[in-house]
Design a binder for this molecule. Sequence first.
Ligand SMILES: [Zn+2]
Length: 554
Amino acid sequence: MKRNMETIVGRAACSPADEYSNRHLKRVNSSHGLTKDDSFTAGKLDKLSINDKSGSFLLPHDNRTGLIFESSTDHYDIYNRLHKERPLRVESTRTYILEESKHDLRKRCVLLPDVSSRDGSGSDYERVGDKVKMKRKLRLLDEDDYHLVHRPGYIQRLSALSESKNGDKNDGRMTERLDDEASQYASVYLRPDSFKSAKCAVEALCSLVKRVVVVHSSDEDVEAKIGNDRTIGDGCDRDCDQLDNGFAIVRPPGHHAGPSMAGGYCILNTVALAALYARYRLGVRRVMVVDWDVHHGDGTQNALLNDPSVLYFSVHRHDGGNFFPFTSSSSMRDDGTRRKRSGSSSVVGEGAGLGRNVNVAWSRKFMGDDEYRAVWSAVLHPIAGEFNPDLVLVSAGFDAALGDMGECNVTPECFGDLTKELMGYAEGKIVCALEGGYVRSVLHKCVERVICALLEGKRVDRKKKGSSKAKEGLCSSSDSKKRSPNSNSGSKKNSSELQDILEQIEPSAASSIQDTITFHRPYWKCFQNGNEGIDNDEDEIAKMLPVICTECKE
Ligand SMILES: [Zn+2]
């Protein structure tokens, strides 16, 4: 490996402007086990690339972006093989990204093995040299982990449905049972392997999250819990595992799956599970989930409604409750209480989670780049800056893209820009998960732009110590500008700035944004003139901190 390094080090003087690359390459350097004497500078590598342990070629300015693809060919609609949520969505995206993209993404990204091909047999440990290391695992999550989001009865039912009594998964009675279960939900099909496929999607996302959170974390508590000589999961050693960010291109999607129900092609709530896995198994204090799928993530909202440590932010078509998942604030539960599944802006969270559920609910179709950028500027940045997340997860559906089924007009370039702006939080620790997006040619371009943004976006390496920054809120615009790469964002908006933003977009969109701000004014200082908002609940969150790494609890 040392020889490889030497072959690519050789010419040009170090550019003083390449401090960022220097830091980045020092990490790469250490991942190769090189000594101080072997060190080199980014400038010397001008326009050259590095072949690292994982086989990826890192351009000097690239972040270390992980990709994982997960799509079971056994999860499909037997009555409609051309169903729009079918294996080809991910398969064709994989082919496009790895083989056809002009951006060399196969070489520049770290490609993780898909979950379903990992070795899950035998002992979890193996001897490597004189060390015992954790073996490549099939599972990061135990059954209990699924109960972080889903009710035990629901998981047990899905589990039972995936096991055929007579061993033949194609027998008629099995199909009948699956159809009966699916018929309880809106827009769901089930096959014997559907539950397993959904679990693989969750595992895939969590494996990325773990690589971004654990090794990237500067949090000494987490480091101490993981230990000094322990692999972190799926086969590689710690340095090799290190990722800055990632994208899980997986199916089935997840954001409509609630605690005890499937819905909208979703079976398990992939992103909600990853958020709570990061929160309660990896010890991440604050997670921000951003959902830009054209449909409201009713399942995610439902799962996280009371949790002050996870902020759910969704922008979606609502059309007064007349757009899927057709949840209006007037719908009632069986017990007569009002449903909280609504995607309207009036649903702001419950109990300790008040203010932590943010819905920007479009009232009509045709929203485009200007409207989405305005949401980021007027709502997301102020709230995110005040919330101060330690990890950002994106429910990255692309059905709001121009040309997809959501009848909105967001371009791939805009999705890339929205991603780059999110990299201004959590020191750039952002992991995306595919949700919707059904026109493959559109989907490919959108995924490509987001991956390029993850590779090329500027991460904010801002050490956060204690809670003082969070308690300060976002009301200082000079401070907030440091938090966001977008100079037009991250600050408390005075009324004239806000009016400037809103006057430039479609009037009903401006009204939707204004509604969200109005409903959230009691909970966020950035929307207030004084400081009468709630404190950023450090105490509340601390009480909920049973930091357990499932692999270190012995
Ligand atoms: Zn969708």
